[in-house]
Write a protein that binds this ligand. Structure first.
Ligand code: HEC
Length: 650
């Protein structure tokens, strides 16, 4: 023991002086070069997280990658490895180029606000930080080894600092020399010298207006937010928590990646807003001069903001328990209308705002028995989805949705317990067109019925598509998965092979269901496919995962999964009077999109669902494989479906 202590003391003499190793790294979430989200505390099951500081164009980092790979091969079961880039001059795009060119096989976390690098006291690329997940302390920072220096390198390292540190952390031992000098390129952190200026950020002119714009729609009296932003004192009191939700990108919820397509109702903060808020909080949340704009925040008003509705219906009363998980509710209300109407706008007024996380609404011509409602009923003839701050949907110009007389109005309501029992009665308002509109606004889904998520797998992607038989215009997108869904996307695959990204939600959250309205409707030609992809985390690291030991397949219950991408669109050439498609085409498009896993357009044997494969192998369907290639093309399937329909009519 003494011997060890002596050597440790001796090593300390050679340790670089200066600031100590960061004590507890607070949680953060950053996106990588592909815009996938990484959260530090997600890796609680690993023994350590290694962050290597990188910067495009740094020869030392490029040189050290093989060493890092070797170390990962040795420790990868226990340790999570990531790169982090805080450089001002690097962008997602230029980082992707660097990653491609030098075949990085580590995610590069993009610290685009520099907020994380500032606090971690990053300084030079090439440095590695070892974070012990038992207490989130940085237990080692310095070079990977002694192989690479400025304009010098050896074939082999003599000292293996990082590997030694990891061996020690895994064994629960202290690290002999926790901090060493790194060779690498200096990173410019201009705001680091600006601490005095941060204390001058104006609460009145800068901070309060950001909060009003981005947060107050939920954080107001009677709003869904658990506390209201009604004064400087409230903000000051909550400021450490505000800083945390900004660093972890938990608020505002349903954030999208706006570097792709513009989303009309996106809620993210700009980089500048994020920096201003966090720097102001880090400077002690100074009050500064001027009146307090938040004193003017009024309680949420329950009124129909679109004016007097043509029809208001009320859902049944539901008692929300004080705590616990509440399964989705699927109430149905008899449609009181005795005539067909074209709806032009819909509005929802939740009764107990704090409890209602989302409401979807749709209608059906026939009554659907209680046991069969589930997710489907609202999508028979979908009208809108409510989320806090998005109470109304005014349909795009000249479009409408036909609601036939009779039948039912369906709601799907997601309640969240908020600490006291409450009774909710939510109301729906419909606004009608006087004349039939020019276009029929339609709702469809991309659906992945054959999804299979292996147990324990942390990043499993499923995809499905819907192919447009005619030119169409897409207006909004609604991704839906359950507790294992963590990231979701929509892209358009054009017939010429080009791919256009439409929506990317880097961190999908079952608790926040949201319809994303495209800022500009997107026109797609015939033959284009709307592709929906979702990444599922079925590992124990996913705190929402109900059971990491199960192979998970499709199911409406939340312990099963869904790949379900709703979208509003209209046919470019069809009018509300003259539909331009037939139902069978619709069904076939959806069916192929669900099962054609390799996107070839046909169904190979291994892609066929059981009953089709049976029919195919017993010969009943085989005769429809006109060209005998063992692949069921869409036209072959259509011939079969038409034959079956005829048989049924006989
Ligand atoms: C769409 C509604 C909505 C918006 C917009 C929103 N919040 Fe929240 N916020 C909530 C809800 C609901 C909660 C309660 C936690 C939950 O359910 O996720 C919450 C919780 C919080 C908390 C407490 C964290 C916790 O769960 O303990 C903070 C702090 C916070 N929000 C800050 C903000 C800030 C800052 C903004 C704006 C940048 C913002 N929120 C925007 C709805 C919202």
């Amino acid at each position: 023991m003494r011997f060890v202590a002596f050597f440790t003391a001796l090593f300390m003499l050679f340790n670089v002086s200066g600031s100590t190793v960061v004590d507890r790294v607070e949680n953060f979430r950053l996106l990588d070069q592909e815009h996938s989200a990484h959260e530090l505390y997600y890796h609680k099951n690993a023994k350590a997280v290694v962050l290597m500081v990188t910067m495009n164009g740094c020869p030392i980092v490029r040189n050290l990658l093989p060493d890092l790979r070797e170390i990962r091969a040795q420790f990868g079961d226990n340790v999570e490895f990531k790169l982090i880039n805080s450089s001002l001059q690097d962008t997602y795009k230029s980082i992707r180029q660097e990653v491609d060119e030098f075949a990085f096989d580590f995610p590069v976390l993009v610290d685009d606000t520099q907020l994380i690098g500032e606090v971690l006291e990053l300084d030079r690329s090439g440095e590695v930080l070892v974070i012990d997940t038992s207490n989130w302390n940085v237990v080692y920072r310095g070079p990977v080894n002694d192989r690479v220096g400025y304009e010098t390198q050896r074939n082999d390292a003599k000292e293996h600092y990082l590997a030694d540190a990891l061996t020690a952390v895994i064994a629960g031992q202290p690290i002999a020399v926790p901090k060493r000098q790194t060779f690498g390129c200096l990173i410019n952190f201009p705001e680091r010298q600006q601490k005095a200026a941060h204390a001058q950020i104006s609460y009145k002119n800068t901070i309060a207006p950001i909060l009003k714009e981005r947060c107050v729609s939920c954080h107001l009296p009677n709003g869904i937010g658990p506390w209201a932003m009604t004064s400087y004192e409230m903000i000051k009191g909550f400021s450490p928590m505000i800083r945390e939700v900004l660093r972890t990108r938990r608020m505002p919820p349903w954030e999208v990646d706006t570097s792709l397509a513009e989303i009309h109702n996106a809620r993210g903060l700009t980089l500048e807003e994020r920096k201003k808020l966090v720097h102001w909080i880090e400077a002690g949340s100074p009050r500064g001069e001027g009146e307090d704009p938040l004193l003017a925040v009024k309680p949420l008003e329950k009124s129909w903001s679109l004016g007097e509705p043509d029809l208001v219906v009320e859902g049944p009363a539901f008692t929300v328990p004080a705590t616990g998980i509440i399964e989705y509710q699927y109430p149905a209300i008899a449609n009181p209308l005795d005539r067909d109407v074209w709806v032009r706008a819909v509005s929802i007024q939740p009764g107990e705002t704090k409890a209602v996380h989302h409401v979807l609404i749709g209608t059906s011509e026939q009554d659907i028995p209680r046991g069969e409602r589930r997710l489907d009923a609202v999508f028979k003839n979908y009208l809108m989805g409510y989320a806090p701050g998005a109470e109304s949907y005014v349909y795009p110009k000249d479009t409408g949705v036909l609601v036939k007389a009779g039948g039912q109005i369906h709601l799907q309501i997601h309640y969240t317990a908020f600490g006291r029992e409450a009774t909710d009665v939510s109301k729906v308002a419909l606004y009608f067109h006087n004349e039939p509109p020019t276009y029929n606004l339609r709702q469809q889904v991309v659906i992945g019925l054959d999804l299979q998520i292996p147990p324990g797998e942390a990043r499993h992607e499923e995809r499905a598509y819907f192919e447009f038989e005619q030119p169409a215009i897409i207006y909004s997108l609604f991704p839906h998965a359950h507790y294992r869904g963590v990231e979701t996307r929509f892209d358009v695959h054009l017939p010429d092979g080009k791919i256009e990204p439409l929506l990317h939600v880097p961190r999908y959250d079952f608790n926040w269901q949201h319809s994303y309205a495209l800022a500009e409707p997107v026109k797609v030609p015939a033959g284009a496919r709307l592709v929906h992809r979702t990444v599922y985390d079925n590992s124990t690291e996913n705190p929402a995962n109900p059971d990491a030991t199960r192979n998970v397949s499709w199911g409406l219950q939340s312990e099963n999964e869904m790949l379900y991408g709703g979208f509003f669109f209209r046919w470019e050439n069809g009018t509300s009077e003259k539909p331009v498609h037939d139902e069978l085409n619709f069904q076939i498009a959806q069916f192929y999109g669900a099962f054609d896993d390799d996107f070839s357009g046909g169904l190979e044997l291994n892609e066929m669902p059981g009953w089709i494969r049976n029919a195919f192998e017993t010969g009943q369907l085989r005769q429809f494989d006109a060209n005998k290639d063992n692949v069921l093309s869409q036209s072959e399937y259509r011939a079969f479906a038409e034959y079956r329909a005829q048989e049924a009519r006989r």
